[in-house]
Design a protein around this ligand. Structure first.
Ligand SMILES: O=P(O)(O)OC[C@H]1O[C@H](OP(=O)(O)OP(=O)(O)O)[C@H](O)[C@@H]1O
Ligand SMILES: O=c1cc[nH]c(=O)[nH]1
Ligand SMILES: [Mg+2]
Length: 210
């Protein structure tokens, strides 16, 4: 598993405001989208492109365009939805599929309650979006889902991760190659499976259910 932790003052600054308990939902939503756009710069470093010939006002030249088959973006509902706009702004030609997952608050086990993805993902580049990687159960289940459908190239983009969750995802992958791009790796998980210091419940803060 390749892990890339973004190290940029703008990301750290926006993360600081995001973490603040006093930041209201509308600002929180805007920051998640902005952070996604910044993380996408690193997350899409390996996006497949193909050569294209164009003519500038001055001369013919060669460039690139996003290759077919188009990348698939998969936000994990609910909280991953907050990252979607930030990603499609940069990859407007990508297809979007959805996975709905909820973590049981007692057992911390994820269940999948919705799925809308192409049946065959062979040769597709997939970008999974979820702001929080806590125990790693949800991300592992999402990645397994995509690999079972044939995906060979999966990048997960998360805003915060706990070290325990990162280790759990790596262990569950048994050497299968996946890239994880992160805004920060925090200290630990607490006894309720929350990231410390973290930012609280991302879904609730995005959609105002607290
Ligand atoms: O690494 P894990 O321990 O699996 O926890 C992380 C998951 O928990 C949160 O979603 P949640 O289940 O709260 O659903 P929500 O997005 O609808 O709030 C978060 O968005 C991740 O999907
Ligand atoms: O800290 C956490 C852990 C799981 N899900 C969240 O939204 N926050
Ligand atoms: Mg939640």
């Amino acid at each position: 598993m390749r892990v890339h932790v973004a190290d940029h003052p703008l990301i750290t600054h926006k993360l600081t405001v995001l973490r603040d308990v006093n930041t209201p939902s509308p600002i929180f939503r805007a920051l998640v989208e902005e952070l996604m756009t910044l993380l996408a710069y690193e997350g899409t470093r390996g996006v497949r492109v193909e050569p294209v010939d164009i003519v500038t006002p001055v001369s013919p030249t060669k460039g690139v365009r996003i290759a077919d088959p188009k990348p698939l973006i998969v936000p994990i509902l609910r909280a991953g939805l907050g990252m979607l706009e930030g990603m499609v702004k940069l990859l407007p030609s990508a297809e979007v599929g959805f996975l709905g997952m909820a973590r049981d608050e007692e057992t911390l086990e994820p269940t999948t309650y919705a799925e809308r993805l192409p049946d065959d993902l062979s040769d597709r580049q997939c970008f999974v979006l979820d702001p929080m990687l806590a125990t790693g159960g949800s991300l592992t289940a999402a990645i397994e889902f995509l690999l079972k459908r044939g995906a060979t190239d999966v990048t997960a983009i998360c805003i915060l991760a706990a070290p325990e969750g990162l280790a759990a995802v790596e262990k569950a992958l048994h050497g299968r190659e996946v890239t994880v791009v992160l805004g920060a790796v925090d200290e630990r998980l607490d006894e309720h499976g929350f990231i410390v210091p973290g930012l609280g419940d991302a879904g609730d803060r995005l959609y105002g259910t607290v």
